[in-house]
Design a protein around this ligand. Structure first.
Ligand code: DUC
Ligand code: ZN
Ligand code: ZN
Length: 477
């Protein structure tokens, strides 16, 4: 009998630390051996000339998330995970979102129903805490964290989600007590509301004014405030979807002072700009997301942050709204004010190829850095490591086999999401994931979906950071 279910032979393996030539023996869905000349396989995959990388972890994506504005996300767990898998991703962490005034546990149960029987790859849930009531802080959230939902997002803007500073301090203190990771959407809500009102009064409601209503200082101020609140409580935090050079500066400053501030950025801040948003009508609406894409001169600052270690996580912030029907971008009509256009761009499948081609391929980041940003660091920060995010004996055999020379022109027709556009239409990339394995099973091969809905498993997670009770102002209260 063969020792291994599958042997991946002859590839070049990269982890966040090393690049090496060796075979991978897989048994029972896990990596059982790494070595030269592994020959006892029931099946072989020839990876000669290819790179074998840990499957990506998309630590920030929105799938089948209920919306309050009447829009409906195009991707459910079947199409969202299928698209992720075909882009080399093997774990996703979307959001179970609390509705203000309602139970957080109820949101989690609803979200499980949405995922059950549908996912093709493994998944965990972040929580979104929009109403930190006594019941939520005293009972629901601690119990959910113990049950393995060990990270949550809080918003400093959006009326239906935002917390004020005092509420932020309350949830950060809870995260500290329970060992959870807090993700923060950092934009100053009053500045946005004030600017939006002035723009609307002046009739400036086209998509390009979306960016003008949320300029870089609005993000910079909120980022600094989030860092300050976290410092007061003495807790690590992760600032999500960082877009502007000025916010990057704040994070670099905080990290330089030894604060445990992690940061995430996304493809839209490297590859889209205010020029895309400046297009008339639906073309501009397709690129409305928050924070907005900045000017082109801002993009090198994001690359510098990726190369220089300011960012630990590169996620898609996939928000799947169609452009051609009234369920998505057009939910409020065909020429709505920017304020009423659902925020977000699709990108769960293009996240890794874009960063690989333009980052690794063009010498802006190393291959090991690519693996760290897209798999290993999110696995560590969100409590999935070492089961996920690396190539090591005992880890799940979640792997993406890349053809580093494959030339691909992105067109929406090649993608596997249920959205009717990609903001990256026409981009020419070099390098593409050609085979994706989830727990040792091929789920996508040469663009053909092989996984079955429902094979993906929910992943309860461990504590996300070593609890520290020994220093900081928080010890005084
Ligand atoms: N901004 C968010 O905060 N979430 C979804 C997408 C977006 O653009
Ligand atoms: Zn956000
Ligand atoms: Zn988001």
């Amino acid at each position: 009998m063969a020792e291994f279910d599958i042997v991946i032979k002859g590839g070049t393996i990269a982890t966040a630390a090393d690049i090496m030539r060796c075979d991978i023996g897989i048994s029972g869905g896990r990596i059982a051996a790494l070595g030269e000349g592994l020959d006892a396989g029931a099946r072989f995959i020839d990876a000669t000339g290819r790179l074998v990388l840990p499957g990506g972890i998309d630590g920030h994506c929105h799938i089948d998330q209920p919306m309050s504005d009447g829009s409906v996300m195009a991707d459910d767990f079947t199409t969202g995970t299928r698209s992720a898998a075909c882009g080399g991703t093997t774990t996703i962490i979307p959001f179970a979102c609390q509705v203000k005034g309602r139970s957080l546990r109820e949101a989690v149960q609803d979200y499980h129903r949405r995922a059950d029987g549908k996912a093709m790859i493994d998944y965990a849930f972040h929580l979104i805490v929009s109403d930190p009531s006594d019941q939520v802080l005293g009972q629901e959230l601690p119990a959910l964290i113990k049950d393995g939902y060990t990270s949550f997002k809080v918003y400093m803007t959006y009326d239906e989600l935002k917390l004020d500073d005092r509420q932020m301090l309350d949830v950060l203190a809870l995260a500290r007590r329970e060992g959870a990771m807090t993700m923060i959407h950092a934009e100053n809500t009053d500045c946005i509301a004030w600017l939006t009102e002035k723009l609307e009064l002046a009739g400036r409601t086209q998509p390009r004014f979306h960016a003008i209503s949320r300029p870089k200082p609005v993000e910079r101020e909120a980022t600094h405030r989030a860092i300050t609140l976290a410092e007061l409580v003495d807790i690590p935090v992760l600032i999500v979807h960082v877009s502007g050079a000025e916010a990057v500066e704040q994070i670099r400053w905080a990290q330089g002072r030894g604060l445990r501030v992690y940061a995430e950025t996304c493809p839209q801040y490297l590859f889209l700009s205010e020029d895309d948003l400046g297009q008339e009508g639906i073309a501009g609406m397709k690129c409305i997301c928050s924070p907005p894409p900045r000017d082109k001169a801002n993009q090198p600052a994001i690359w510098d942050g990726l190369a220089g270690g300011v960012f630990q996580v590169f996620s898609s912030d996939h928000a799947p709204f169609t452009a051609g029907d009234a369920k998505g971008k057009l939910v409020a009509g065909i020429t709505p004010p920017f304020r009423r256009v659902p925020n977000g761009v699709p990108g769960i499948e293009t996240r890794l190829p874009l960063l690989f081609s333009e980052g690794v391929g063009k010498g802006r980041i190393t291959l090991q850095n690519f693996v760290a940003l897209t798999a290993t660091s999110p696995a560590k920060i969100y409590g999935l490591h070492p089961r996920k995010g690396t190539i090591a004996v005992g880890s799940d055999a979640d792997l993406a086999i890349w053809d580093p020379a494959r030339k691909v022109r992105i067109t929406n027709g090649k993608l596997h999401h249920a959205v009717d556009y990609t903001p990256y239409e026409g981009m020419e990339l070099t390098g593409w994931p050609v085979v994706t394995l989830s727990r040792g099973e091929v789920v996508c091969e040469e663009g053909a979906v092989k996984g079955t809905p429902g094979r993906g498993q929910f992943l309860p997670r461990g504590r996300t950071w070593p609890c520290c009770r020994t220093r900081g102002l928080a010890d005084a209260v």
